[in-house]
Design a protein around this ligand. Structure first.
Ligand SMILES: [Zn+2]
Length: 265
């Protein structure tokens, strides 16, 4: 996992024309709901434009949703977007997808179509905070991808768990830790200072692997690493995004790949 490439803190290329990435503070705040004035909304628009230029996709083509800590999944490319939801699936894999985060986990998915060899099937992004993760947003996303044509064999879907607050930093009340662990045991954790905590990434990995999804984890903690937005460290400062997109011939500057996600940390 290495350093910045334009607005991307992490960039990967799972297939020749298929990219995924995660942004940090250098890409600017990408959330309109944290922009409370006209100038700050303009800065969000500008940051989103810059991002799309770096992605090499058509301006305004990236699909976002209004995230509400639900398990609702919407399909890209139709009337469903923009909507209140916490995951987006592109059945064709062609629409650029974005999910906003600052401590919650951004999870980005690619897939092989049934019987296919390359990652040319449906793509998806999901927002997995404590509530969404425990309620099943990741399972709902995988289920929708399979309904939309992703293979159901082991490794037909691959997921990248992006930067989020880690299990050594995400302090919660003891009751909350117990409730979490009762539903997803792998979330049980303890902070580096010895208090109850939740490990969302460990929980996400376990849930996804149970469904036959190959998991890669980006071992960067948003709370510890100031290159990322962290709601706990600086509430309201901004949101980064997890992205997946496909480039076609002649769609503009292709970013060079500088980092490859490794297996779990
Ligand atoms: Zn941490």
């Amino acid at each position: 996992m290495t350093d910045t490439n334009g607005p991307f803190l992490v960039l990967d290329r799972p297939a020749p024309e298929l990219y995924l990435g995660f942004t940090g503070v250098d890409a600017g705040n990408l959330a309109y709901h944290l922009a409370d004035s006209a100038p700050s909304r303009e800065r969000v628009s500008h940051s989103r434009e810059q991002l799309e230029r770096a992605m090499g996709v058509r301006p305004g083509s990236t699909e976002y949703v209004t995230q509400v800590h639900s398990t609702r999944v919407v399909g890209a490319g139709g009337d469903e977007v923009p909507a209140e939801a916490d995951a987006i699936v592109s059945a064709s894999g062609s629409e650029p997808l974005a999910i906003m985060v600052a401590d919650c986990l951004p999870v980005v998915f690619v897939s092989r179509a049934v019987g296919g060899h390359e990652f040319s099937g449906p793509t998806a992004v999901a927002h997995a905070g404590r509530r969404g993760l425990l309620d099943g947003v990741l399972q709902a996303t995988v289920t929708r991808m399979r309904e939309d044509g992703a293979g159901s064999g082991a490794g037909d879907i691959a997921a990248w768990i992006g930067p989020g607050i880690c299990g050594r930093c995400y302090e919660v009340p003891e009751q909350m830790r117990d409730d979490g662990a009762a539903r997803v045991p792998e979330t049980f954790s303890t902070t580096s200072w010895g208090t109850p905590a939740l490990d969302l990434a460990a929980g996400a990995q376990a849930l996804l692997e149970t469904m036959g999804v190959t998991v890669r984890r980006v071992p960067i903690c948003t709370f510890e690493d100031r290159r990322l937005f962290s709601h706990r460290r600086e509430p309201g400062r901004g949101r980064g995004v997890g992205l997946v997109w496909r480039t076609g011939s002649g769609t503009g500057p292709l970013p060079a790949t500088t980092s490859t996600s490794s297996a779990s940390e």
